[in-house]
Ligand binder design. Structure first.
Ligand code: CP3
Length: 320
């Protein structure tokens, strides 16, 4: 994830001419950015260039990426009336440009590697809608969850419906796997996850799973949630570096795992990096069902050479 992005000079060059939203909303540019890491690195899959927040605008909650601040939702959703006003859109209505990029990419990638589509999970999306941007404690989100359970449920249902439709439409457009990003769900303990989030995620994963392509269920900081997330569904469960992969494998029979190199290890000397990559591969074990990945996104200061080194080293260690 963040396979494309600011750590690459060719991406920064495009960003000088276009905003992030322009890159996302112009299929030819989204295709170009998706292909940048595929050209530069020996990766085994391409991840569509888009953003989890894109559905918010056609639903009626416009936002922008403010310089140095991350996403800013102009009119945060904080009342039942605002939740009622959110539109449950069809993906073709407001997100057709993403589907178009997928169709173009399948042609470009033919014979090279598969394409992974993605969407945000309802808790993570709700947190941006309610907080209006990034957050540490998710205090307003949690307040709504506990004090206005009916409104919370309506919001989660609306987001889940849009996300399920969007992921199914991405698969219909040609995505060969999809990933559901619940990046901030690790801020919840197991009881709150089970009561306020899990049923919604389960309904998405059930609908999308029926399409027959692998579905990757991703979170971070989820060491105490892994069993519940597995129960919620997905073909593959994302695990971050806080949980060693051998422990994750033992706790998650019957499901594949994705992970889990700490992205900060890309700043370690090569011998340390090599040893830690080898440890991930070793802890994943020899049974099928491991996708090597970072536990979270690549940060802008990361060196492309370090990322390439990791991809090469994983291939050298796992070649059959
Ligand atoms: O290559 C890829 O991984 C595909 C592209 C991708 C982006 N966003 C592009 C992007 C993906 C998979 C995402 C997902 C995404 N977006 C998530 C879930 C994954 C995660 O990191 O947990 C989240 C939470 C978002 C929301 C988002 N988008 C934030 C919080 C930010 C600001 C980050 C920052 O460091 O300022 C973004 C911006 C964003 N989306 C960038 C990229 C490459 C930074 C790019 C830029 O400003 O040019």
């Amino acid at each position: 994830m963040r396979q494309a992005g600011r750590y690459m000079a060719e991406y920064r060059a495009l960003r000088e001419k276009h905003t992030l939203l322009e890159l996302c909303r112009t299929p030819e540019l989204a295709v170009e950015v998706t292909l940048q890491p595929v050209r530069a690195l020996p990766v085994d899959a391409a991840i569509l260039f888009a953003d989890i927040l894109l559905p918010l605008e056609p639903m009626g909650a416009p936002f922008e990426f403010a310089k140095g601040e991350g996403p800013v939702v102009h009119d945060p959703v904080r009342t039942p009336a605002q939740i009622d006003a959110l539109r449950v859109i069809e993906p073709e209505e407001g997100l057709g440009y993403v589907l178009e990029a997928i169709k173009l990419l399948r042609k470009e990638l033919e014979g090279r590697c598969p394409l992974i589509g993605f969407a945000g999970a309802p808790f993570t999306l709700a947190s941006y809608l309610i907080e209006g941007g990034k957050s540490t404690h998710f205090q307003r989100t949690r307040t709504m969850m506990y004090r206005e359970p009916a409104a919370w449920n309506t919001l989660m249902q609306k987001l889940s419906e849009v996300v399920a439709r969007f992921l199914c439409a991405q698969i219909d457009a040609g995505a060969q796997a999809v990933q559901l990003f619940d990046s901030w769900v690790g801020s919840l303990g197991p009881d709150d996850y089970r009561d306020y989030v899990m049923p919604h995620v389960a309904s998405i994963l059930q609908r999308v799973g029926a399409k027959g392509v692998p579905v990757i269920h991703f979170g971070t900081g989820t060491a105490t949630l892994l069993e519940l997330q597995r129960e919620a569904g997905g073909t593959v469960l994302g695990v971050d570096w806080r949980t060693p992969l051998d422990q994750a494998r033992a706790r998650l029979p019957g499901v594949a795992v994705q992970g889990n190199l700490d992205p900060m290890l890309l700043f370690a000397p090569r011998e340390v990096l090599a040893a830690r990559v080898a440890r991930v591969v070793e802890q994943a074990g020899s049974a099928p069902g491991h996708i090597f990945n970072l536990g979270h996104g690549i940060t802008p200061e990361t060196s492309v050479d370090a990322v390439k080194f990791v991809a090469d080293h994983v291939h050298a260690l796992t070649a059959r």
